[in-house]
Design a protein around this ligand. Structure first.
Ligand SMILES: [Zn+2]
Length: 116
């Protein structure tokens, strides 16, 4: 996928999240970068994931191609949105409550389902 294709994928995800009012201001995407880093997902911690968000960076296992990938990008962009409003509390919550029971995970999954 070209950089323009990735930007279009991010724009579609933002369009979905903009329909929700989870935070006081919409997600800002102008400085969000999306990279495809398959090597990352061979590491033990990352093996179970298909995408990962760290502040303004989204890392995907593979190029986004279809509707399922739009869901993945929307999920990861929701995490970016969360970190724009809770830059420390959100990442630290994974240390406190882990992954499966994490409220930010539930929120990102619900955001995808509500805008599908
Ligand atoms: Zn997630």
């Amino acid at each position: 996928m070209t950089p323009a294709g990735r930007r279009a994928s991010l724009d579609r995800a933002k369009g979905r999240l903009d329909r929700l009012a989870l935070y006081p201001t919409p997600v800002r995407t102008s400085r969000v970068a999306m990279r495809v880093t398959p090597w990352l997902y061979r590491l033990p911690w990352f093996r179970r994931f298909d995408g990962y968000a760290a502040w303004n960076l989204i890392l995907l296992r593979s190029e986004p191609r279809d509707a399922a990938d739009d869901d993945l990008v929307t999920h990861e962009l929701c995490h970016v949105w969360q970190m724009q409003h809770r830059p420390l509390a959100m990442p630290l919550s994974y240390l406190r409550s882990g992954y499966a029971a994490n409220a930010y995970e539930a929120e990102a999954r619900a955001a995808v389902a509500a805008t599908r």
